[in-house]
Design a protein around this ligand. Structure first.
Ligand code: PMP
Length: 404
């Protein structure tokens, strides 16, 4: 037994982090990390999370009993209002099904498994993923027997959105195809459609009866504004595009290890929603029985208390603001001071934690080998890895590899 199990390669991002940690070079920089860091490169526990943790510690009514199968009701209800808006017509009509999941990854998995089992597939089980996308999307869909296909998304020539390629695939795909859409702050490119582009995408999806599988892992991280970052999701609900949305609190609440997330499915009627909920409960029961309570309690506390909610929004602005500052600074050092060849506008046009720099795999490797700057070979950098201490070091070395 097990003699024939093939050896799998290590996860590339985790491998990168391990290499960074093992490097004794004092000026090393980690731009692979998908987690927020403060200006001293330390993980940041949000002040509002510290406060909520204290409140939970002092609550004598809390115990360690199981949560319901679909999670903590005051968490799932508030999480749905956060992403869909408190005035969402779908919520008012009682046709939103919300299930607490193991963070965003678990929401993607549960959503994918539900589709695999219950979507009315006309042909083979397939999902269209943006080219490129978060690498885990491929594995998550394959695991449940859904074959990933690509739709054009990133255009290396403009370091922006290949909008025509994208809508061309929406038009040519078989009716009722499933499209995975990043709600905001696209990972790994940092390139999002504009409001007008989202309207066009919704229009085609509606006319072709496509299904929108939204993944929202960065609400608040793109613009610093929770409402603005969910505008695409809300627009699709308003227009009646068939959809679900995966929601993660890992980044926006800094609760990476607590695994707090939710899956929201928005069927057209309350009757359909009740059926969907019954089946999601059956699946969840066999997969994880019921979700973990601590992180969900923290988030529920914050979402259901006006004062804590305001504090959270301030913390989000702190994180998003620092990232936007780093974009501005990197742009101005490259463009104005170093006069690095090429245009660097995309650094300030892109959104969220990640940025596609546009440099080649070879140049990325050169940064790692010569300057101890760790990044994935697709040229993606995490803006959260930059700070006032290392920005210039990074910019100067980027300048060097670009000049060749
Ligand atoms: N979707 C995308 C696009 C992501 O970037 C991530 C985090 N890297 C996730 C989902 C899920 O993250 P988590 O499971 O930690 O919430």
């Amino acid at each position: 037994t097990w003699q024939d199990v093939p050896l799998a390669p290590p996860d590339s991002i985790f491998k990168l982090t391990a290499a960074y940690k093992a490097d004794p070079y004092p000026q090393k920089v980690n731009l692979g990390v998908g987690a927020y860091r403060d200006d001293d490169n330390n993980p940041w526990v949000l002040p509002v999370i510290k406060k909520a943790t204290q409140i939970l510690l002092n609550d004598p009514t809390l115990d360690h009993e199981y949560l319901p199968i679909t999670g903590l009701p005051e968490f799932t209800a508030a999480a749905a209002r956060l992403i869909l808006s408190p005035t969402s017509p779908a919520l008012a009509e009682g046709r939103v099904v919300s299930v607490q999941t193991i963070s965003g990854t678990g929401a993607n998995h549960l959503g994918a498994l539900f589709l695999s089992k219950f979507y009315n597939w006309d042909g083979p089980k397939q999902v269209y993923l943006s080219d490129p996308t978060w690498a885990n999307h491929h594995a998550i869909f394959r695991n449940v027997g859904i074959e990933p296909l690509n739709y054009p998304y990133y255009d290396p020539k403009t370091i922006g959105l290949d909008f025509n390629g994208f809508i061309g695939t929406l038009e040519s795909a078989a009716p009722r195809s499933v499209f995975l859409l990043h709600a905001c702050a696209h990972n790994p490119t940092g390139v999002d459609p504009t409001g007008e582009e989202w309207e066009k995408i919704a229009e085609i999806m509606l006319s072709k009866k496509h299904y929108a599988f939204f993944d929202c892992a960065y609400q608040g991280f793109a613009s610093g504004d929770l409402d603005k970052d969910s505008s695409a999701v809300r627009y699709f609900v308003e227009k009646g595009v068939p959809m679900l949305v995966c929601q993660s609190f890992a980044k926006n609440a800094g609760l990476y290890g607590e695994r707090v997330g939710a899956l929201h499915v928005v069927p057209p009627t309350k009757d359909a929603a009740d059926r969907v909920k019954s089946q999601l409960s059956v699946i969840q029961r066999s997969e994880i029985s019921n979700p973990p309570s601590h992180g969900a309690r923290l988030v529920a506390l914050i979402l259901n208390d006006a004062g804590l909610f305001e504090e959270w929004k301030r913390d989000i602005k702190t994180m998003a603001g620092r990232i936007i500052d780093m974009r501005q600074e990197l742009y101005s050092v490259l463009s104005d001071e170093l006069k690095t060849p090429g245009s660097w506008e995309h650094i300030i046009n892109q959104i969220g934690m990640f940025s596609f720099t546009g440099i080649s795999a070879e140049q990325s490797r050169e940064l790692t080998e010569k300057a101890h700057i760790y990044l994935t070979t697709n040229g993606r950098i995490s803006m959260a890895g930059l700070n006032s201490h290392n920005l210039r070091y990074f910019a100067e070395n980027l300048d060097k590899v670009v000049r060749g």
